[in-house]
Design a binder for this molecule. Structure first.
Ligand code: NAD
Ligand code: UDP
Ligand code: UDP
Length: 326
């Protein structure tokens, strides 16, 4: 099928109703493309895509990517997969099926259509890393049978499938290893640290720091991340990745908690909870490859991104409060 025009494409986004997917679709629609969003709404709500339905170039399909999908498109972004530990550990077998069967089906689709396909992989492929910061050459340190394995190993197997379909069947692939990303439309109760801390702070509830809070993450604002994915999709054919997309500025979880309390002006106290099993001690991307091959780096400072995210959650929580409530 020829593209609709050189500049206007029909693009499939799996997981498009999720946090990252909905921001990606907003950008693709703004660029004038047609978008098919395939999502089973496992870890998201229609609220993220409500505003898109009036756009005639947008189409929603309730579909589980672990089953085959026959559509005609010019490009595929494969984002379907629960991303927070609470969601992906809720039904670990389904998480693996989504990553592995989902990758096979979407790669089969890309093979038939001879179209580019981008995989939302993750820094979790590095597990609890012994190399710091993490470069793409590092093979990782993942417990294959622990509670996080359904996600980490599922994403690793998906990467294997992407590179095998590329080598064996010539499928044009792009593999992004996404590091912790935050912003508006994160699921309010998905248990990720940024949404947890912000909601707790806004409700003046205890801020739950797991372990001693000395573990680190590097937080990327969603707009920066989407820029990186769009640049990767538009890159020359020999740029397949894997390529780290993330902010290089590293924070301890305790630093994050204090910053959220400061910005929100919350009365919340910090409380300690047990550190979950296999929780990575440190994480920071080496983005030399993204700089060299895509001319990309994250530019939004954590404080600015948190302010925008806090404004979003203030609105969400105000909507949820009973009439007459504070
Ligand atoms: P999210 O949970 O908000 O979005 C994932 C979407 O996929 C949801 O809308 C969910 O309903 C959908 N989905 C789940 N299983 C599906 C299935 N079997 N079929 C169809 N749809 C399905 O998470 P997110 O943060 O937007 O993550 C998007 C992608 O980016 C995921 O693949 C995730 O692994 C990857 N990623 C995200 C981060 C991050 O920090 N946000 C970091 C690394 C990788
Ligand atoms: N597939 C799909 N849509 C398509 C083409 C293929 O969902 O347009 C699925 C199909 O179910 C198949 C999988 O992708 O099981 C892998 O496709 P491939 O061509 O590699 O495998 P085969 O069909 O030879 O088993
Ligand atoms: N974390 C925390 N309190 C929370 C939620 C998470 O201290 O309420 C910690 C968690 O143990 C981890 C870090 O914050 O060390 C990031 O957790 P998240 O689930 O957001 O992402 P991931 O562990 O997948 O990087």
């Amino acid at each position: 099928m020829p593209p609709i025009s050189d500049s206007r494409k029909r693009i499939l986004v799996t997981g498009g109703a999720g946090f990252l997917g909905s921001h990606l679709i907003d950008r693709l629609l703004a660029q004038g493309h047609e978008v098919i969003c395939a999502d089973n709404l496992f870890s998201s709500t229609k609220r993220n895509i409500d505003h898109m339905h009036s756009n005639p170039r947008f189409e929603f399909m309730r579909h589980d990517v672990s089953f085959p999908l026959y559509v005609e498109v010019d490009e595929i972004y494969n984002l379907a997969c629960p991303a927070s530990p609470i969601h992906y550990q809720h039904d670990p077998i389904q998480t693996l099926k989504t990553s592995v069967h989902g990758a096979i089906n979407m790669l089969g689709l890309a093979k038939r259509l001879k179209c580019k396909i981008l995989q939302a992989s993750t820094s979790e492929v590095y597990g609890d890393p012994t190399m710091h910061p993490q470069r793409e050459e590092y093979w990782g340190n993942v417990n294959p049978i622990g509670p996080r394995a359904c996600y980490d190993e599922g994403k690793r197997a998906a990467e294997t499938l992407f590179f095998d379909y590329h080598r064996q069947a010539g499928v044009p692939i792009k593999v992004a290893r996404i590091f912790n990303t935050y912003g508006p439309r994160m699921h309010r109760q998905d248990g990720r640290v940024v949404s947890n801390f912000i909601v707790q702070a806004l409700l003046d509830q205890p801020i739950t720091v797991y372990g001693d809070g000395a573990q680190t993450r590097s937080f990327c604002y969603v707009d920066d991340l989407i820029d990186g994915l769009l640049k990767l999709m538009a890159s020359p054919a020999d740029v397949t990745g894997p390529i780290n997309i993330g902010n290089t500025r590293e924070f301890t979880i305790l630093e994050l908690a204090k910053l959220v309390i400061e910005i929100t002006g919350s009365r919340s106290q910090i409380v300690r909870k047990d550190l979950p099993r296999d929780d990575p001690h440190q994480r920071q991307p080496d983005i030399s490859r993204a700089r060299a091959q895509l001319g990309w780096e994250a530019t939004t400072p954590l404080r600015d991104g948190l302010e925008r995210t806090i404004a979003y959650f203030r609105e969400i929580l105000a909507d949820e409060l009973p009439i007459g409530g504070e």
